[in-house]
Design a protein around this ligand. Structure first.
Ligand code: PMP
Length: 360
């Protein structure tokens, strides 16, 4: 078997230990005589798998009791509309911070439901920086403040929490959840598509404070109504059972790795060394301000973009794959989520030095 180092922005790598466990249990889970994929979601076995995953996630993230954890479908993109539908609660305006491509998508969707007050935008810097909080234009009467803690495409990440007073803070954590400890009590709602740091695609996590549940706008589809989903323990319909199970294995893996404190140390070390390799060369460049560089998604360009194809081809020969940058940014992007081993980052750095020596 030869596993590659897969730098994809998502779906991304899963921990090998998790894949092996899933493989061992694939055909017969715990002497049940069936695969998790074949189980009724309402049966005793599956209910225990689902409940244990939630307990482990609550444990790993220290989620307070007054928050519900929902295991939904539809990706983070459906939350772009579910959030205004559920959280406007009689108000007609919501605050959005625009730090790049994913913020923009959230804003476009919210605009269908309410006035969007643009608190700040990184547009002037081509989304390579986060506007100074001193310049933010928060609306005291906003239903909530939405932001994207980590912009997967631009590689811009907040390393401090936005100060928004009593207005519920809503975070699209798709590409940074579980990368470090966070204080969940500071948020009204956290959501994330699973396919980066949680598990396989098809599962979407929503962690929402109890007092924000209920009172969605008329016409909200039942599937998107947090009150209905919370009451049904995320089983209003058939949930994405296998993704939920696999996410549960990932949560256990995180615990074994020292939890989110342990993950944060490794993630900081991995990203520090890759940024150092970029900054210490005259050939590679990362355009993002030093104070908001992502730990998870690291875009970089080569001194000569005509060499992009050679770089990608030669990297792939060494088992370093999916390094092509997003089409809107060009160049390269290394996504180094929790499951990317440190050796993968080391191998990339060694390859980059070798390539620079040859062509730089
Ligand atoms: N938000 C962010 C920050 C993302 O990175 C992505 C996916 N790359 C999405 C939202 C959309 O997620 P999904 O594909 O689960 O709808």
């Amino acid at each position: 078997m030869s596993r590659k180092y897969n730098f994809s922005a998502g779906p991304g790598m899963l921990p090998l230990e998790v894949l092996k466990q899933a493989q061992a249990e694939l055909i017969d889970w715990n002497n049940s005589g069936m695969s998790v994929m074949e189980m009724s979601h309402r049966g005793k076995d599956y209910m225990s798998i689902a409940a244990e995953a939630e307990t482990d996630l609550r444990d790993v993230m220290s989620i307070p009791d007054n928050y519900k954890v929902l295991f939904l479908q539809g990706g983070a993109s459906s939350q772009f509309s579910a959030i205004p539908m559920n959280l406007l609660r009689g108000k007609d305006s919501a605050d959005y911070i625009n730090t790049g491509a994913w913020s923009k998508k959230a804003i476009a969707e919210a605009s269908k439901f309410c006035d969007v007050n643009l608190v700040a935008t990184g547009e002037d810097s081509h989304f390579t920086s986060i506007p100074d909080p001193e310049s933010w234009n928060l609306n005291a009467d906003a239903a909530y403040v939405h932001y994207t803690p980590n912009e997967t495409i631009g590689g811009v990440e907040f390393h401090t929490l936005p100060e928004v007073g009593d207005i519920p803070l809503v975070a699209d954590m798709s590409s940074t959840i579980l990368s470090r400890p966070i204080d969940v009590s500071k948020f009204g709602l956290i959501y994330a598509g699973a396919q980066k740091n949680i598990g396989p695609a098809g599962l979407t996590l929503v962690i929402v404070r109890d007092d924000l549940i209920g009172g969605c706008i008329d016409g909200t589809p039942a599937m998107m109504d947090y009150a209905i989903q919370a009451k049904a323990d995320s089983m209003y319909n058939t949930p994405p059972t296998y993704s939920w199970y696999l996410a549960g294995l990932v949560f256990k893996w995180l615990k074994e790795k020292g939890g989110l404190e342990g993950m944060a140390k490794i993630n900081k070390r991995k990203s520090d060394k890759l940024y150092a390799a970029i900054d210490n060369s005259d050939f590679y460049k990362n355009p993002v301000d030093l104070n908001c560089r992502s730990w998870m998604n690291i875009p970089f360009t080569l001194g000569n973009s005509d060499l992009d194809g050679d770089f990608l081809g030669q990297a792939a020969e060494q088992g370093l794959v999916t390094l092509k940058g997003h089409r809107s940014v060009g160049g390269m992007r290394a996504s180094i989520y929790n499951a990317m081993p440190e050796e993968g980052v080391d191998a990339l750095i060694a390859f980059m030095a070798e390539f620079e020596a040859k062509y730089g």
